[in-house]
Structures are given as structure tokens and as C-alpha cells.
Design a protein around this ligand. Structure first.
Ligand SMILES: *Cc1c(COP(=O)(O)O)cnc(C)c1O
Length: 415
């Protein structure tokens, strides 16, 4: 376990979180290197012996230390912006293992991607097909492309699929795909190299992924029968983690299910997991500023807020909160809402949690390795928190806490 109590105190690997708070202050994100390596290893193991590429979805956690670690392990990267491309390159990522996804790529972003020779641009609309071809022509290059196809898996069978349905903005419609492939293949500025899908996030069951892959593989077969060779099938990410009492099936079952759905189809497969690589490899460490008892609710006001972890406010997400001091077994605790200092009623990290805490105590908001710092903002002019990476007995600052001056360094008062 990356985060466990040792001698009465919660530790990240071998390092007490108290020591991290003392050295680096709070609020602070703490990542376990071993946990990230473990999650990557599990995925890589499941794909062993298969021609495959594992492209970490950068938006889950884009700290350079995380990207550099994954790059050293052999990962490729799934990016959704020019900013993410710059991060991956700065972290030493291999451009030939970069996929560029997203519905709104600008001309500048496409140009940069082509100049850097990335592996593939995932097209999400007919308009984007034209734009990528035009930019490639301008540069005198061929753009390597794939379409992200919306598999439109039946929502009634699989209600938890959130991005693979016809009504949402992602990907091109399944029924349009063959026509678009024929069009792309006829354009000299494009090199069609693959096809992909990504059906949603926090999947706990492999069945909907397998259903989508089966549909994608059948479509790929028809496209190839029309004479267009596809080098890879990109099966997306979306594998869930445990936040509370979810019991996502192990990664190997998702991979096995997806590979089985490919039938006897050979060729390269790509997965682009985000959350499952880093989600449970991080905590948000925060200190209790005030205990505020009340009727009908008791509050713990902490120094982290919705700007540091927006998932509870945005998705009503549930994160486990642990006291850094190990609770005495059987102690009933008091039921608190754990809230930040931001002037919004939606500024809460957790509600109705029974725990024992005093002013000055440390709390760890668990499962904060994914979609936490990468979604952080400066709302209420709060400098973004520090990030720390732990390896064994060592803890290292991987992003300094922002200063107040940095908040307005780019601003000017006219005249
Ligand atoms: C966000 C995203 C992912 C990663 O999703 P997770 O749920 O974090 O695994 C993968 N592929 C694409 C195209 C994405 O947009």
C-alpha cells in the first residue's frame, strides 16, 4: 500500500505525511512513485507479448515528474492541447509515441504537432479533417491521422458510458466513419494510420469496453476491406479506480476483455489510461484551520479548497478523508463537513464524515493523484499548492507552491 499507517501516523511509502507538511507546508499534493510504477507495470504486464502502445492520458496529472517517470518506463502520451505537448517534450517524452486527441485543435496546435513529428492526430470531425490536411499542405508534410469513432454503444445496456454515445460532442458518428475514411485516404496530405474510440471514464466493468471494441474492430474490418490499411486500433482509457466502495475489475480483465473482442485481428493496439495510472497514487494533504461546531452541521475548515480539488463540487465526487494521526479503534468521532475557505457553498471536499480532529491536525484527501492538481485554479487568488513525489524514504518537491506575486505577474495596470 502506497499510503498506510505506520507507528500511528499516515505515511506515503516510508515517509510520514507529518514530515512532508513540516518541510513543504500545506496544502500539498503527495504522490507515490512506487504506486505509479505499479499501476503502469500492471497495464504493461497485461499487454505483454502483444504489439501495443500505452499512451498515458496527460490531462489526469501533467506534472513533469510524473510524465518523466512514465516516459522512462516506456509510456507514450495522449495529449489534448499544445500545452500538454510542450509538457511531454519538456519531460523527455518521445514524440513518436504521442497521440493528439480533442475536439477543438487550433491551427497552431496542429502545426506544432506536425513539426514535432508526433505519432498520430486523432480526428474528431469532418471539419478537422479539412483543417489538418490544409496545415499539412502548408508545411509540405503528410499528417498521420486516425478518426476517433463514437461507437454509440447502447446506453440502456451500459448506462455508465458517458462519452461513447451519439448525443455527445466526442468523435465522429459510427455511421459516417466509412465515408470519412474513404475521403481521408484520397487526400495526399494525410496518411491514415489507425482508428480509435474512448467510451468514458471511471468504468468498473470490462463489458462495455469489450462491446465498443467489438464494434470498432468490425468497422475497422470494413474499412480495410475497402483497401485502407489501419496500423493501430486505439481502445481508449477510462478504467475506474476505487474512491469509496466501487470494485472496478482489475486492469488485466479490461485488457483481456478488449483483446478478446478483437478476435483474431492482429496489429497494434493502443490504450490511453489516465486515472488508473495515477489516481490512487496521490493524496491531497491539508491542515485543519478551524473546528466550527454548529447546528445542524459541524464543519472542519481546512486550508485546501475546491480550487485544489474540484471533483466534489463539480461531479459530487466522493473522496475518502483520513486523519494523518491514526484513529483509535472504536472511537466514534464527530460527523463533519470538510470545507475550504473559498466563498462558495460548493466549496467542500467531503460531507458527513465521522472523524476525530482538532485545530492544527493534518488530513489526507485520498485518491487525489488524478484530476486534482491538473484541474486546479487560482480562484479567490489562492496560489496553487505544492506537489511532492515520494520514493521510499525520500520526498522531493516536484512543483513549488505558487507565490502571491506569481498570481498577478502577467497583469498590467494601464496608463
Ligand atoms: C481523458 C481521456 C482518456 C483518459 O481517461 P481516464 O478515465 O482518465 O482513463 C483517454 N483517452 C481520451 C481520448 C481522453 O480524452
Amino acid at each position: 500500500m502506497a499510503f498506510a499507517y505506520r507507528n500511528g501516523t499516515l505515511c506515503a511509502e516510508q515517509v510520514p505525511l507529518e514530515d512532508i507538511a513540516r518541510r513543504f507546508g500545506t496544502p500539498c499534493y503527495v504522490y507515490s512513485r512506487a504506486a505509479i510504477e505499479g499501476a503502469y507495470g500492471e497495464f504493461a504486464q497485461a499487454l505483454h507479448g502483444r504489439d501495443a502502445m500505452l499512451c498515458y492520458s496527460v490531462k489526469a496529472n501533467s506534472n513533469l515528474a510524473v510524465l518523466a517517470l512514465l516516459a522512462r518506463l516506456g509510456a507514450g502520451f495522449d495529449i489534448v492541447s499544445g500545452g500538454e505537448l510542450a509538457r511531454v517534450l519538456a519531460a523527455g517524452g518521445d514524440p513518436r509515441k504521442i497521440l493528439f486527441s480533442g475536439v477543438g485543435k487550433t491551427k497552431d496546435e496542429i502545426r506544432l504537432a506536425l513539426e514535432k513529428n508526433i505519432y498520430c492526430i486523432n480526428l474528431e470531425s469532418a471539419a478537422e479533417l479539412e483543417r489538418v490536411a490544409a496545415v499539412a499542405r502548408e508545411l509540405g508534410r503528410r499528417a498521420p491521422v486516425a478518426f476517433r469513432v463514437n461507437p454509440d454503444v447502447d446506453a440502456r445496456t451500459h448506462p455508465y458510458i458517458s462519452t461513447g454515445l451519439r448525443e455527445n460532442k466526442f468523435g465522429v458518428a459510427h455511421r459516417d466513419a466509412e465515408r470519412l475514411y474513404a475521403k481521408a485516404a484520397a487526400m495526399p496530405a494525410l496518411e491514415v494510420i489507425g482508428i480509435g474510440c474512448h467510451i468514458g471514464s471511471q468504468l468498473v466493468d470490462p463489458a462495455p469496453l469489450a462491446a465498443a471494441v467489438e464494434r470498432l474492430a468490425a468497422l475497422a474490418g470494413r474499412i480495410e476491406a475497402a483497401g485502407i490499411r489501419l496500423r493501430h486500433l486505439d481502445l481508449g482509457g477510462g478504467i475506474g479506480i476505487r474512491y469509496r466502495d466501487e470494485t472496478p475489475r482489475p486492469v488485466r480483465e479490461f485488457v483481456a476483455g478488449a483483446l478478446a473482442a478483437l478476435g483474431d485481428r492482429r496489429g497494434s493496439v493502443i490504450f490511453d489510461p489516465g486515472r488508473s495510472m495515477v489516481g490512487n497514487a496521490g493524496v491531497l494533504l491539508t491542515r485543519v484551520e478551524y473546528v466550527k461546531p454548529g447546528e445542524p452541521r459541524n464543519f472542519l475548515v481546512v486550508d485546501a479548497a475546491m480550487n485544489d480539488l474540484v471533483r466534489p463540487a463539480l461531479y459530487d465526487a466522493w473522496h475518502e478523508v483520513r486523519t494523518v494521526r491514526e484513529p483509535e479503534s472504536g472511537a466514534p468521532g464527530t460527523v463533519y463537513d470538510i470545507v475550504g475557505p473559498i466563498c462558495e457553498t460548493g466549496d467542500f471536499l467531503a460531507k458527513d464524515r465521522a472523524l476525530t480532529a482538532r485545530e492544527g491536525d493534518l488530513l489526507a484527501v485520498m485518491s487525489s493523484g488524478a484530476y486534482a492538481m491538473s484541474m486546479a485554479s487560482n480562484y479567490n487568488s489562492r496560489p496553487r499548492a505544492a506537489e511532492v513525489m515520494v520514493q521510499g524514504r525520500a520526498a522531493e518537491l516536484v512543483r513549488a507552491r505558487e507565490s502571491a506575486e506569481q498570481l498577478f505577474a502577467l497583469e498590467r495596470i494601464p496608463g
